[in-house]
Ligand binder design. Structure first.
Ligand SMILES: [Zn+2]
Length: 182
């Protein structure tokens, strides 16, 4: 049975997790990857890092689809080998910041190294959306997130837009008023 864990607040998600030790694992790596995948789907994301749900390990999953259309990566102890000079801009969201969407500039392609859930060495070059999601999740692995990838002006605007959206949803009865402090 997969345990759905609560998403932790940004101040608790933003830490650099420990390397996953395949010789002395905190949890079976296959089970951990499955748990992250189920949590990611539960929260309707396309990527989820372990530290976003309070697990102290350099592990994330990403992907989409189901059955034969499923695309999924289980990423342990990731490293970036190279990034392209060419950048692209795209609107991103993050499960740690519900309702917050911002245009973020990132390298168009990345060449990466990591281990899969079986501890096998993986090396790939990703582009487009795969590269973007991989780099977004990688940020979580080093204790940062997409809010540090935009200017203060872009961030402030996005927060205002999010707060307007929350107020509208509360008015329409689609959302309970948020607690005063988190
Ligand atoms: Zn995120």
């Amino acid at each position: 049975m997969t345990k759905i864990l609560p998403l932790v607040v940004p101040t608790k998600a933003n830490f650099e997790p420990k390397q996953f030790d395949f010789d002395n694992p905190i949890q079976d790596p296959i089970e951990l990857a499955d748990q992250l995948w189920e949590n990611m789907k539960h929260y309707k994301g396309v990527g989820l890092s372990a530290n976003q749900i309070g697990i102290d390990a350099k592990v994330f999953v990403m992907g989409m689809g189901e059955g034969k259309d499923e695309f999924r990566l289980n990423v342990f102890n990731p490293m970036i080998m190279a990034i392209s000079d060419e950048m692209s801009e795209y609107t991103e969201g993050c499960l740690t910041y519900p309702g917050l969407f911002m245009k973020v500039k990132r390298p168009k392609t990345c060449t990466v190294q990591y281990y899969n859930e079986k501890g096998e060495d993986q090396k790939f070059t990703f582009d487009a959306l795969t590269s973007r999601v991989w780099l977004h999740e990688y940020d979580h692995m080093v204790g940062r997130d997409f809010t540090s990838r935009v200017s203060k002006m872009v961030f402030d605007r996005a927060i205002k837009k999010r707060d307007k959206l929350i107020k509208k949803m509360v008015r329409e009865g689609k959302l309970q008023p948020p607690p005063k402090s988190v």
